[in-house]
Design a protein around this ligand. Structure first.
Ligand code: P6P
Length: 342
């Protein structure tokens, strides 16, 4: 595709097909799944961008499995993504934040399982702050058992075959990886196409931004308190004091971290003893993206993508971002855990 000044523009569809052509054995099914998500993202983007003038803001009166009031746009996004995946008959089931159990699709033989956070950060919808959709794709295991079970979906993040997010912000962008680096596309609403803006993106090895909700300071581990104090100390050589940035929408905070570097932290706390963010449809997919861009993601001790899931809505603490920043916070956590154990 070429622009009016004859410059080469690569659409998401073209990029997916070209990437697939590098694998002679590829069946095209994963490509189709990614295109399905791209289509749903365009439809959701249109609704998000006009939400203020249509009756789609606000709550629909129900609550999700986490007891959080469900907003109308959450349900709209969930429906659009699930119906797009259902139409192409290559996904056998979806697990989504908006549904308590597994959602079985028409194709019982579909080879993929997809986890979704259809509209992450939805508490920000009413105040026009960026929100996002997150997806994580696995091969169905065992392959051909006719009965679909939750246990088929409980696979560690290292088994993801694809993952990504859509960020509905000042522009709508889609970032995804299939394990060969991270590609970022920007939606051009005038032509309704996602256009390639970055491929094989590499994040800074270190960043001068820390991102955490400091409202829960009193329930943090001592090591984390000391790390945040370290970030705030003056030290020109290490670029401190760092800047504090917290949007309260994980996709937006992670996208900034991907581009500018730094660290995003959601620790366990008194209110969330196991952490607030969900392993399977927030932490694993975003960890896949960040690791593919050269970063790191742990729960404070273990690599996020090696955590063995035991529930589809399981929560976990997360420390994610530039490698040097995550390594530094883990030093503080380990050092102060050792002190506590003495
Ligand atoms: P808090 C949004 O509700 C979300 O799930 C993530 O997108 C975000 O990072 C986090 O929760 C914000 O939580 O407790 O800081 O408001």
């Amino acid at each position: 595709m070429v622009d009016k000044d004859n410059s080469r523009l690569e659409t998401l569809e073209e990029y997916i097909i070209q990437s697939q052509n590098k694998f002679p054995g590829a069946t095209g099914e994963l490509s189709q799944l990614l295109r399905d998500i791209g289509l749903a993202a365009k439809i959701i983007s249109r609704e998000v961008n006009k939400a203020g003038i249509t009756n789609i803001l606000g709550f629909d009166g129900s609550k999700n499995i986490h007891g959080e009031a469900v907003k109308k746009l959450d349900l709209f996004a969930d429906q659009q993504l699930i119906s797009a995946l259902n139409r192409s008959m290559i996904t056998c089931m979806v697990i989504s934040e908006e549904n308590d159990g597994i959602v079985k699709l028409s194709s019982k033989g579909g080879k993929y399982i997809v986890f979704l956070d259809p509209l992450d950060g939805s508490s920000n919808i009413d105040v026009n702050v960026s929100i996002g959709s997150i997806f994580s794709v696995y091969m169905r295991e065992p392959r051909f058992d006719s009965t679909l079970r939750e246990s088929d979906a409980l696979q560690p993040g290292v088994r993801q075959v694809a993952a990504g997010y859509v960020l509905y912000g000042s522009s709508t962008i889609l970032a995804y990886t299939t394990g060969l680096g991270v590609s970022v596309f920007t939606l051009d609403p005038s032509i309704g196409e996602f256009i390639l803006s970055e491929k094989k993106i590499k994040m800074p090895e270190h960043g001068g931004i820390y991102s955490i909700n400091e409202g829960s300071y009193n329930s943090w581990d001592p090591g984390l308190k000391k790390y945040i104090k370290y970030c705030q100390d003056e030290d020109a050589e290490t670029g401190r004091p760092y800047s504090a940035r917290y949007i309260g929408s994980m996709v937006a905070d992670i996208h900034r971290t991907l581009i500018k570097g730094g660290i995003f932290i959601y620790p366990h706390s008194k209110k969330y003893p196991s952490g607030k963010l969900r392993l399977m449809y927030e932490c694993n997919p975003l960890s896949f993206i960040i690791e593919q861009a050269g970063g790191m993601a742990t729960d404070g001790k273990k690599r996020i993508m090696e955590l063995e899931p035991n529930a589809i809505h399981q929560q976990t603490p997360i420390y994610i971002g530039s490698k040097k920043n995550v390594q530094k916070v883990m030093e503080f956590l380990e050092k102060h855990e050792a002190v506590e154990q003495e």
